[in-house]
Design a protein around this ligand. Sequence first.
Ligand code: GLA
Length: 650
Amino acid sequence: MGHRANGNITGACLLAVALSLSTTSATATDPLSAAGRWEGASGGGTPTPPMGWNSWNAFQTEVDEDKVMGAARILVDSGLAKLGYDYVNLDDGWWFKRRLVDGRMQIRTNIFPSAATGGPNETSFKPFTGKLHAMGLKAGIYTDIGRNACSQAYDLHSPNLPQGTTAEREVGLDGHVKQDIDLYFKDWGFDYIKIDACGLADFVPGSELVKQQNYRALAPLIERNSINRSDIDAVRGRYQEVATALKSARPDNDYVLSICNWGMANVRSWGKDIGNLWRTSSDITASWTSMLHNFDSAAKRPLYAGPGHWNDPDILHIGHEAFDDAHLVEARSHFTLWTMINAPLLISYDLRKSPQSLLDVLGNADLVRINQDKAGNQAVVAYDSDDVQFFVKTLGNGERKAVALFNRGATAATVTLLAKHLKLSETSPIVLRDLWSKQSLTFSGEQSFTLAPHETRVFEATGERRLRDGVYLSEMPGAINIAVDGTQQPQLDPTIHRMIDPWSNTRSSGSRPQYAGWGGAQADATPFSQTLQIAGQTFESGIGVLSNSRIQVRNDADHALLMASVGVDDSTENVKQTARFYVYGDGRLLATSAPMTFGVKAVQLAVNIKGKRVIELVVRGAKSNNERPVVATWGDARLVHSPLKSSLAL
Ligand code: GLA
């Protein structure tokens, strides 16, 4: 197996290779063929993560107009709305029935009196959304992608379940996508929709639920925790139909589509192409372990999120139990973590009874600014363990960073932050500004901290960038689109922190661990969360991916070169097959490596990308589906302005 010797290859020489390859380049239908244009998300109106309030964790189905308007008033009066908390989102419980004569949805007017707009059968949310809009807020509604809703499976004692015949109680979108979306967005004036998926999972033919409640059964398209028994294409197709209806109802893109299928059916890889946010896990509960679990489900997916499309570890639980005003350390940690990973900041607490201390947590303007930073770079793990994790989020063009030091454990932890965790120079001073205490400190090289149990210290950091003249790709996840991640057989996530299922409690065999899994592209780690390493050489920076993948990178700052050390990662299970690395600029093949295998030293690429807007990084492996994909590493992958100045500042 031939391979290039380790050494620099110039752009010119790579171009020559490229030209000789042009006859064998991919066909248009090949998903690995360079698109030559940005394929990342464009629909919907969430250039930064959505912020606001949702009724569910506060009231479940016992929601009503007074409670919602109370929350809205406090958002405005407390100044939270000015900070950006402007969505007021209804969750489950608002619906009464579907009117059979024309299929129009009816609102439960005993809890939403302003919706009683006409005769006994005429209801509209227009007055309700009108009030919110007049307050400078936006309005969100909730539905299900199937025929029936989650409350119809899990809240059977609720006074606010849909009523009527089997057909009248089919309040979900199934068979009514266009009609309902037009009603909610054009007639009623909503701006945001959360679409749950119990209708595709829980109304199983022959089940007790279906028999007792007289529902129409649907063979599940989602089987919780069995990705192999979920119909990924069908689930995706249904949400795609909604996205299409939304685009036509709101051609100006002023809508938000929130996909709520709890991380199932491999939504982590396709959610970004269809929705503006997608849940990555089951429902958060007011316990520390649940918060950890939900955080973990999104924390290692920065490459899948960016402006307009966000990982969603669920609404906040601040205000309740483990995160109430007697647990401000935990409440601050929960909030800090959500801000760092660009999660939506949706308060879900009865704000009418909120002590000032909790409003102060939610109102930390510095952290809101970190979350809302326009570059949309989700934080990347810089140090990982079960006890303590460090997360670093690149702000703007990279001139500033936010760093969170998170103590997951129940005992105090002394930790040392290194300049290199921040990808900042080890010899120049680094200023850290604490975003809770607002105090600043300066250090060089390293700095120790003692973290209280469950505490997260969070700082804004400024210093000299380690890479003086450029940016590592792992520092700019918001400008990366994982077009194809190479997973052949989607796997569930590995789970470490497992919590009591809120629905079945301990009436089951438990929440079993999953040791392996995922395989999607990662920043500064392999697709299975290992350190990046090629033939014994480790890389602190880089992109880890599988073979047969295509990654898009926006070159907005007009960098001149893409540099990387590429090769097969030492963690690969497939140690036999080859992988070949290709770099495209605006659709043109610019460079390629020789075929690489396990154990072969990294090849250094230096590719001229001047003037190219969309860079595509492709790894081609063997076509066979019988082998596991090769783990491929783009080590130290970076964009730089000039080859001479690209040296590291150590
Ligand atoms: C599901 C969702 C929750 C909430 C409830 C409402 O469990 O995941 O966020 O919307 O349904 O019934």
